[in-house]
Design a protein. Structure first.
Length: 402
């Protein structure tokens, strides 16, 4: 299937919907000190605002895929966007750290629909290597979000204060609602929808959870990203404490890191259909291994600097984003008749791991760059061992559909 102008517009909208998550995570990072001061919050509570968001995100991913399989993709998008916009406005107005934390939990639940349902839409419209190319394109454009989000947040923080960041998210939600209402068609025909009956739903989830290969692929992807996400969530500590920089300097860290991710996504798209999936995955893991080992070496033996901390993450990000589209498609192909549900479980495992990283691992490891590098190496080591096991046992190629 050739991508038509309408398909290209859909890809742009799906990319913007996927951007909700990194905007919610990264835009307010430069404002941690001012939010803590204004709401009388501790550093631990500010870290909890991130882990609670990720918990809400992870839990709701379990439902959006099945909801979209039953009600249609577009309906679920609109439901989640209205909720996201409302909670963003609530965060703009909040006066206490308790309500701030609660709203972040709820905001995370609404923000997860874009990624979960968007992946299912891609698989509704495209097959095999073309789906890899489309997902790589979405990741390439989507990769801009983590780079510009903290920069936008830093500008808004300096010019208008931290509340303006949540007004920005509110207006972004309104824009997305308008795009979905007027420009996004439904991609799942009623004839292909599934029942939302609890017994039927539990049976479908039971079937998915019994697919060991599917769960393995979900966990591998989550662990790959966990090593990288560790540095994203620890960014305030790295920037303000370890590097001695300010809220206006977040681009120094995020632009190179996201540039690496975008390069990996670009290479994944260019090699789709030209390089066997198994060989491509092996190349991606070799790149991540070199990045992780370089990171350990810099942390142990070089003085702390922006280059020593960030450069290895760029290399790791290239490999990580190179393998991500392939692993996602391989996972979806394990459950071809329930792609929404499969996408839900992929996102649940992914974001659940991120919540553990943000809530438990970062507070333990963010005191020194050595601890951060070791934590990253541990996450990647588990991913590498699982990949070696899958690579040994399973045919890592796509299912070509008619």
């Amino acid at each position: 299937m050739t991508a038509t102008p309408q398909h290209k517009l859909i890809i742009v909208i799906l990319t913007m919907l996927a951007m909700v998550a990194p905007f919610c995570i990264d835009t307010y990072l430069p404002s941690f000190p001012s939010i803590a001061s204004d709401l009388t919050a501790s550093a631990v509570q500010m870290q909890q605002s991130l882990s609670l968001y990720l918990m809400g995100f992870a839990v709701m991913t379990l439902f959006y895929g099945a909801m979209s399989d039953a009600l249609g993709r577009r309906t679920v998008f609109l439901f989640a966007l209205v909720g996201f916009t409302g909670t963003s406005l609530g965060l703009y107005l909040t006066e206490t750290i308790e309500s701030f934390l609660l709203l972040r939990l709820v905001q995370g639940g609404f923000a997860s629909a874009g990624i979960v349902v968007g992946r299912a839409v891609v698989r509704d419209l495209f097959h095999s290597h073309q789906a890899q190319q489309v997902m790589s394109t979405i990741m390439l454009i989507f990769g801009i979000a983590p780079a510009i989000a903290p920069i936008i947040g830093g500008w808004l923080e300096i010019a208008f204060g931290w509340r303006s960041i949540f007004m920005f998210l509110t207006l972004f939600g309104v824009l997305l609602i308008l795009l979905v209402v007027f420009r996004l068609p439904e991609t799942l025909p009623k004839a292909k929808r599934h029942s939302m009956h609890p017994i039927k739903l539990l049976k479908n989830y039971g079937h998915a959870l019994s697919r060991f290969h599917f769960l393995e692929l979900c966990l591998i992807t989550a662990l790959n990203f966990a090593g990288f996400f560790l540095y994203i969530t620890a960014a305030p500590q790295i920037m303000f404490i370890h590097l001695g920089l300010t809220a206006a300097d977040f681009h120094i860290m995020f632009v190179p890191m996201v540039g690496g991710m975008m390069l990996g996504a670009y290479l994944a798209g260019k090699t789709a259909g030209r390089l066997k999936v198994k060989r491509a995955l092996q190349a991606g893991y070799l790149t991540m291994l070199m990045g992780a080992l370089w990171n350990i070496g810099n942390a142990m033996w070089l003085p702390v600097s922006a280059f020593s901390v960030i450069a290895p993450l760029v290399l790791y990000g290239v490999g990580m984003s190179f393998v991500m589209p392939m692993l996602s498609i391989l996972g979806l192909d394990e459950l071809p008749n329930h792609r929404g549900l499969a996408s839900s479980l992929q996102s649940f495992v992914h974001m659940g791991m991120n919540a553990v990283v943000a809530g438990i691992l970062v507070p333990i490891a963010f005191d020194t760059v050595q601890h951060l590098a070791l934590a990253m190496c541990v996450m990647f080591s588990f991913a590498l061992l699982l990949f070696i096991n899958v690579n040994r046992r399973k045919s890592l190629e796509y299912v070509i559909e008619a």
